[in-house]
Design a protein around this ligand. Sequence first.
Ligand code: FES
Length: 237
Amino acid sequence: MADTSQRSFRIFRFNPETDDKPYYQTYEIEVESWWTVLDALNEIKWFVDGTLSYRRSCRHGICGSCAMMINGLNDLACEKQIKLIRRNPITIDPLPGFEIHKDLAVDMDPFYKALKRVKPWLINNDPPPSRERIQSPEQFHLIGDGIACILCAACTSSCPSYWSDEEYLGPAALLKAYRYSFDSRDQGLGDRIDALDNRHGLWRCHKITNCFHACPKNLNPTEAISRLQRRVIEEKT
Ligand code: FES
């Protein structure tokens, strides 16, 4: 027999084309014991209210599409097990700090534009070697956090510095800048330094550590930013 329970979902709703202001809509549904919050959203959209909007793709915590605020904390809906949430109703909001497209879907353009400013790719002007550019396990370990980042924006949208400065690169972009600038095969810090070394870049971080607490992958952007700050100072002296 299926192991099910009745749960309430209080969901932020706002359609800028038709609504004067946002409101919450509550849905009561039966959930199975293995469901995640994304499974519940799918149930609501597919069988209860097709007008609900949100993003999702992989359902495996890889693509980063389903980041949203669940009971006041940013998280991935596809990784959040409903049975581990005691509070009822479960309140779901869009990621803060971004403009609302509709309901839980926010405008991610500023996030990707900030990312592009740090040139998140390998820069190496040496002629390509005959085989791959070798990297030791220690060198790889140094950049592991930046590689594991899935760009869900949970960190950037939790950052008060980002809320107060729309030009700020934000922790996700800075973590990627760290990932490439500390890559033993990369020579691109000089190309990134203009984007990093200003009040909308590295120096806007006030070590609030919301990013660290918000990351669903347990990465530490704050530490990466500190290391990158030191590297930029060394580069300039
Ligand atoms: S749907 Fe891809 S991370 Fe959740």
